[in-house]
Design a protein around this ligand. Structure first.
Ligand SMILES: *Cc1c(COP(=O)(O)O)cnc(C)c1O
Length: 388
């Protein structure tokens, strides 16, 4: 299907093509100078001590749990309104996810109150996810975590470049995880980054990323060492130089592209203010969003499926973020039917639609989306009124 306006679009050009072909010509394909530069620049951009590049954000989240010694018997509090990888990362360590509800229908981020209520003697960590790039209440959450001696992991897949209280998202917790998947604000195809200020964790992350080995091929190549030891049961979670090269170019564009996303999101908010039948979350949300997604909540009398089809028929791609994790078959089979336990998460899972947002959009495109949406909603509300 050729969309008039797709949900997301890459900002790729000649610079990305040159960066990748330069790597191919240099013929050093993995864990070399380009990756080291990418890590250094990403850490500097966030103002954090260490950045460790990995294959994707899913393994970043897994490794974060592993180096924080999350394992069997431990519980990790996290949102159910997230991508399934946030919770799978916990399950892969043998620990148990404990889902907490979101704050409200206006603030789709995990509720600090709900976190507090879920803490018990098994709780070891809290994973937050900055929905759509809008910052979680990190000052409050890190305070709760400190009081109860819990680690904090940030799933910052939506939020590279976002900040709150003057501090970059990803740098509040013990570990922050980023995704460079194709539709994210900084895209390398597959790719991810783990950031931390803790030297002990950075060291563990580097070792565990590469089979638990003490030295890398790169060091041996440069004649710095001749053998290696294996000191832990690690993984191959490495990134390659082509992706790091893409990442370096994309990082240079990130601040400007995020600014563009914020302008477009503001335009959406302006145009949607007087549209009946929907609620726009994160109005006047504190901090600076990376505006990864533009979510809306349809009123419950509007049929979401026919709304999405109505938009599709006008060439506009939309999506849903997210079907709640606790309601997936796999999770229900393992942990029982939790339906009813997270009322706000479930309401959003039922009513949410994500509208197109990407830096290459024009204000005219935003207007087109809103015009199309008005048309579908008018029709839908008319049908509803008639049927009563
Ligand atoms: C995209 C995403 C992930 C997974 O990222 P990958 O790089 O595709 O593994 C994890 N969490 C959230 C919230 C995401 O949006």
């Amino acid at each position: 299907m050729k969309w008039l306006i797709p949900l997301a679009d890459l900002d790729f050009g000649e610079k990305e093509i040159k960066a990748v072909t330069d790597v191919l010509r240099a013929k050093w394909l993995t864990m070399g100078q380009v990756t080291q530069n990418f890590e250094r620049r990403f850490a500097d951009y966030l103002g954090v001590k260490h950045a460790v590049a990995v294959a994707n954000c899913t393994v970043a989240l897994h490794l974060a749990n592993v180096v924080l010694d999350i394992g069997p018997g431990a519980e990790v509090i996290l949102p159910s309104l997230s991508f399934v990888a946030t919770a799978n990362a916990v399950l892969h360590t043998g620990a148990t996810p404990s889902f907490a509800d979101i704050t409200s229908l206006e603030n789709l981020n995990i509720s600090p109150r709900a976190i507090e209520q879920r803490i018990n003697q098994h709780t070891r960590a809290v994973t937050v996810m900055h929905y759509g790039g809008y910052p979680c209440a990190m000052v409050e959450i890190t305070k709760i975590a400190r009081q109860h001696n819990l680690a904090v992991i940030e799933d910052a897949a939506h939020a590279p470049g976002a900040s709150i209280n003057g501090k970059m998202i990803g740098t509040f917790g013990d570990v922050g995880c980023f995704s460079f998947f194709s539709n994210k604000n900084l895209a390398t195809g597959e790719g991810g980054m783990i950031v931390t200020d803790r030297d002990d964790l950075a060291e563990k992350l580097r070792v565990m990323r590469s089979h638990g080995m003490t030295t890398l091929t790169w060091d041996r190549h440069r004649g710095h060492s001749h053998s290696y030891d294996v000191v832990d049961l690690g993984y191959n979670y490495r990134i390659d130089e082509m992706r790091s090269a893409l990442g370096l170019v994309q990082l240079e564009k990130l601040a400007q592209n995020n600014e563009r996303r914020r302008e477009l999101a503001a335009e959406y908010r302006r145009l949607l203010a007087d549209v009946p039948g929907l609620l726009v979350p994160f109005n006047k949300h504190p901090g600076r969003s990376a505006c990864h997604l533009f979510p809306i909540l349809l009123d419950s009398e509007i049929n979401r499926r026919s709304f999405i089809e109505g938009m599709r028929d006008q060439g506009i791609q939309t999506s849903i973020h997210y079907p709640p994790i606790h309601q997936f078959s796999y999770y229900q089979e393992r942990f029982g039917d939790g339906t009813g336990t997270l009322p706000m998460t479930e309401a959003v899972g039922f009513r949410e639609v994500t509208l197109p947002l990407y830096p290459g959009m024009t204000v005219q495109d935003v207007k087109r989306v809103v015009d199309a949406l008005r048309l579908v909603i008018d029709k839908d509300l008319e049908v509803c009124t008639k049927s009563f």
